[in-house]
Design a protein around this ligand. Sequence first.
Ligand code: SAM
Length: 220
Amino acid sequence: MRDYPFNFNQLKDFSESVPYQKLSTEYKELYQSLKEQESKLNFPAIKNDVGSFINFLFFWHRPKTIFEFGSGYGQSAFWYLLNQDQIEKITLTEKRDDLQTVFNSLNWPNDWIKKIDYNQADAFEVFEAQEGSFDFILIDGVKADYLKFLELCYPKLNKGALVLIDNSYWRGSFLDEEIVTKKKTAANIKKLHEYIQESVQFQSIFIPFEDGVSLLRKID
Ligand SMILES: C[S@@+](CC[C@H](N)C(=O)[O-])C[C@H]1O[C@@H](n2cnc3c(N)ncnc32)[C@H](O)[C@@H]1O
C-alpha cells in the first residue's frame, strides 16, 4: 500500500472545491441554491466530484435520454444539464412527498426545466410505465434495491448506454457485512457486485470516489 503525504479529507476538500470555481456566473446562483437546500435539509445529495464526473463523461457520451432512480430535489439534474444541449429528456423520480416543492422553488433555466420530467412517485412504477429507451441511468435510491433496479432497466437501455451506481461501495459492506447494521442491504450490495462481475451484458469499472461509484456500459 502506497503512503501519501496528505490525508483523505484533504483530497476530498480539494475535489469538492473545484466545480464551483469553474462554473460560469449564470449557473452559480442555481448551484448555490442547490447547496443551501442540501445543508438546510441535511439531504444526501450527489457529491460534487460524482456530479462533475458525470458532466465530464457526457461530453463524450452525449446522452439524449436520462432516467434517475432517487432524485431528491434534483441536484444531479444540474450536473446532467450543464453545457449539455443535446439532452432531450430527463426523468427524475423521488418517493418522498416534500421534495418536489423544493425542486419547483429553484430557479432552473427555462431551457432546462422544459427537459425535466419530475415524478413524485416510486421509481420502479415510473420506469415500468416508460415507453422510450435510455442512454444514461443513475441508480441512487434505496441501496437494497440497486440490483433489482439494474435488472429492471436493462431491456430499456440503448446499445452503449451507461449506468452509474452511486455509493455502490457502501463503506465496504460487500466485503465485510459487519461494517454496517443493515445486513440485508449489505447482502444485496454483495449480490450486486457479483452480478456486475459475472455479467457479459455490461462492461464495468469501479471508481473509488468517497463511497464508490460503479460505471457500467451496455455491450449490445
Ligand atoms: C441519495 S438520495 C438521491 C440524491 C439525488 N440523486 C441527488 O442528485 O441529489 C436517495 C433518494 O432516493 C429516494 N428513493 C429511494 N427509493 C426510491 C424509490 N423506490 N423511488 C423513488 N425515490 C426513491 C429517497 O427518498 C432519497 O431521497
